[in-house]
Design a protein around this ligand. Structure first.
Ligand SMILES: *[C@@H]1O[C@H](CO)[C@@H](O)[C@H](O)[C@H]1NC(C)=O
Ligand SMILES: *[C@@H]1O[C@H](CO)[C@@H](O)[C@H](O)[C@H]1NC(C)=O
Ligand SMILES: *[C@@H]1O[C@H](CO)[C@@H](O)[C@H](O)[C@H]1NC(C)=O
Length: 251
């Protein structure tokens, strides 16, 4: 019992410590969008202290002195908005080169970080193609193979349908592309869907299965019956006419 309590205490302490020490928030931002960074801890600036947002721990983005003078670094002029009220930073139109660590720091006798972010800039996912490669179709079953492909990745998947239902062979198929996005092919109701996504965007394309398969058993049966009936009718009518003709010829 005592041991259990001790273990629990150690665990709680450990998780509390790791939480306290790894305060870096990872944020993905789409290239060209604005990056918005907030400070959620209280900031108190006393004499001889300054607040700053730093990039990769070695360059300043903006500095705020305790007399409320702010100084935006030359390389960020024109694309940074800084709020002296709540210390939030907006970096506009981010590029890949803006990926990295952003730290809000109170610098005085000692440096005290009040916010830390790891920023990853991503391109929106590329366009892709979902195409139906082969269809083998009968009135009772229909098999089709699709491929979903981007410039650096490809998934192929087979769907089998009977008159009641469709199944994807092996279930949902997915793949992580070399650029880190993910490609998924799955079945939703009567649609085959391919979804290409990363942390900042997604696109999808879909194909309706009915468009490729003629699996309406009720309808085919009706068709067969109609054909049989029509043919029967034609034969009967012909027979009647023939009989009449024969009679006339005989006269
Ligand atoms: C801080 O202020 C800016 C501009 O006034 C605002 O856009 C932002 O949402 C504020 N952030 C917080 C956390 O309140
Ligand atoms: C579809 O595949 C199943 C299983 O391989 C097979 O039994 C069926 O005959 C196929 N249907 C067609 C129309 O090819
Ligand atoms: C596509 O995938 C992304 C990431 O998993 C998800 O957020 C999004 O809702 C999906 N879109 C559709 C239409 O399924």
């Amino acid at each position: 019992m005592a041991l259990a309590v001790l273990l629990l205490a150690v665990c709680v302490l450990y998780s509390w410590e790791t939480q306290g020490s790894s305060d870096v928030t990872t944020v993905f931002v789409q290239k060209g969008k604005n990056l918005h960074l907030d400070v959620n801890k209280p900031v108190v600036l006393v004499e001889d202290t300054e607040f700053s947002w730093t990039y990769n721990n070695n360059s300043n983005v903006v500095r705020l002195f305790n007399d409320t003078r702010t100084r935006i670094s030359d390389s960020y002029k024109g694309r940074v908005e800084f709020s002296v009220k709540n210390y939030s930073l907006i970096l506009k139109n981010v590029q890949h080169s803006d990926s990295g660590y952003y730290t809000a720091l109170i610098a005085g006798v000692k440096h005290q970080p009040v916010a830390e972010y790891k920023i990853i800039i991503q391109d929106p996912v590329s366009q892709f193609q979902l195409s139906v490669n082969s269809v083998s179709n009968s009135t009772e079953s229909c098999n089709l193979t699709v491929t979903c492909s981007t410039e650096d990745s490809l998934i192929s998947s087979t769907f089998r349908c009977d008159t009641q239902t469709c199944n994807q062979e092996g279930g949902e198929q997915s793949e992580v592309t070399t650029s880190g996005s993910s490609l998924r092919v799955y079945l939703l109701n009567d649609f085959i869907i391919c979804n290409h996504s990363n942390q900042v965007s997604w696109t999808r394309d879909m194909k309706e299965i009915q468009h490729f398969c003629s699996l309406t058993a009720g309808f085919s049966l009706y068709l067969v019956r109609t054909v049989v009936l029509s043919v029967g009718l034609i034969i009967m009518v012909s027979a009647v006419i023939s009989v009449h003709l024969m009679k006339r010829l005989n006269k």
